[in-house]
Write a new protein. Structure first.
Length: 131
């Protein structure tokens, strides 16, 4: 799409194109409680996941820029995030941290979103249409 998602400190700035980036004219800015250490955007640019220094992972719906999910999944900084489409078009998010822990829980209530992470938990609070 040509968009840029750039983390700096506790913010992620979203730029629509290179010219906007060069002119520091961001389209949106997302703010977090801790330093952002990783970002992932799904292939359709509907969801943005952000990992933070304090181990939290947040998912934001890009269409309205509302945070739809936020959990402490790691005991340390979130080093990497990656969206993938798996079985029958289920959107899955994998996270990695220095604590070297992983688990995966599929959301049976909202099967299009699953998360790989430190903890097992239901994702019933993530709206099915959010991302």
């Amino acid at each position: 799409s040509g968009k840029f998602y750039i983390a700096s400190g506790k913010e992620i700035n979203i730029y629509n194109n290179w010219n906007d980036l060069m002119n520091s004219a961001f389209a949106a800015s997302l703010k977090f409680d801790s330093k952002v250490t990783s970002i992932a955007v799904d292939d359709n640019e509907q969801c943005l996941a952000a990992g933070t220094y304090n181990g939290f992972v947040s998912i934001t719906a890009l269409k309205n820029r509302n945070e739809v999910w936020n959990r402490a999944l790691h005991l340390s900084s979130v080093n990497d995030l990656e969206f993938a489409v798996v079985d029958n078009d289920i959107l899955q998010l994998a996270s990695a941290g220095a604590d070297q822990t992983t688990a995966r829980e599929r959301n049976t209530l909202h099967p299009q979103l699953a998360v790989s992470c430190r903890w097992r938990f239901p994702l019933a609070d993530v709206p099915a249409s959010a991302c």
